[in-house]
Write a protein that binds this ligand. Structure first.
Ligand code: NAP
Length: 245
């Protein structure tokens, strides 16, 4: 049987790295992308290869059209026709109320979290048009919570991801392309430190109904299921994996 070939954007660290490894264990060949942290990308690739998968590491900023096109071309050349896409690359920017946010941070969030997902989805729609495939977008529970005081701009960008997931699933369903999203809650990754609040996951754990932050592997499991044959009749859904939040 041919192995699925899946691109995980932002596969170097956090949820993307856990997803890359999980997919390798599930029998996928994996292309993982990064934008800055080459060492982390290489470490994840080594783990993916050790799990028995073929793996390519690609540098590319998902908010840049030329980078996205080059990444998809490289997957095709090095691994073969793409069957799966995980739009995981995302940024929060500094935490704080909208009144204090800088325009450049707002723009970056929209560029990476919305435009980047659209550019990758567009290319996947073209590449998978004849063969079918599956796309999983990584949204956030913030999309429905709104995240006042933290990052309403980030929450809004993830609500856009939910909406494009629903619309695209209807647009691409007839071509045999399933499109779903996973909406994680508070997950223990470096994204909180990058946003300027390294203790955020630990501090907020008490307010989660399950009384803890989630682990990246718990999000990877949901993504892997949505990409699998077990989810063959599932499309247009946003699967919340947020400990009850
Ligand atoms: P993370 O640990 O900060 O990792 C982010 C990943 O995205 C890294 O691999 C990073 O690459 C990559 N990346 C960032 N900007 C990129 C760009 N412009 N182009 C390509 N790659 C880029 O984040 P995470 O917590 O795993 O988050 C992954 C996704 O889950 C994001 O979409 C985030 O919004 C979402 N999410 C996270 C949480 C949470 O609590 N952690 C909750 C809800 C949703 P480098 O290694 O090169 O920097």
């Amino acid at each position: 049987m041919t192995r699925p070939i899946t691109l995980v954007t932002g596969g170097s660290r956090g949820i993307g790295a856990a997803t890359s490894l999980r997919l390798a264990r599930d029998g996928h060949d994996v292309a993982l992308s990064y934008v800055r942290d080459k060492d982390a990308a290489q470490r994840t690739a080594e783990a993916v290869i050790a799990a028995g998968a073929r793996c390519v590491v690609l540098r590319g900023d998902t908010s840049q059209e030329a980078d996205v096109e080059r990444m998809f071309d490289s997957v095709q050349e090095q691994l073969g026709p793409l069957t799966g896409l995980v739009n995981n690359a995302g940024v929060t920017g500094p935490f704080g109320p909208l009144a204090e946010a800088r325009t450049e941070d707002l723009r970056r969030i929209v560029d990476v979290n919305v435009l980047g997902v659209l550019l990758c989805c567009r290319r996947a729609a073209r590449d998978m048009a004849q063969t079918g495939g599956a796309v999983v977008n990584v949204s956030s529970a913030a999309a429905t919570l709104g995240s006042p005081g933290d990052y309403v701009h980030y929450a809004a960008s993830k609500a856009a991801v939910d909406t494009l997931t629903v619309g695209l699933s209807k647009e691409l369903g007839p071509a045999g392309i399933r499109v779903n999203a996973v909406a994680p809650g508070i997950i223990d990754t470096e994204i909180h430190a990058t946003g300027g609040d390294p203790d955020r996951a630990e501090r907020m754990a008490g307010g989660v109904p399950l009384r803890r932050a989630g682990q990246a592997e718990e999000i990877a499991a949901a993504i892997a299921w949505l990409l699998s044959a077990d989810a063959s009749y599932t499309t247009g859904t946003v699967l919340r994996v947020a400990g009850g939040r």
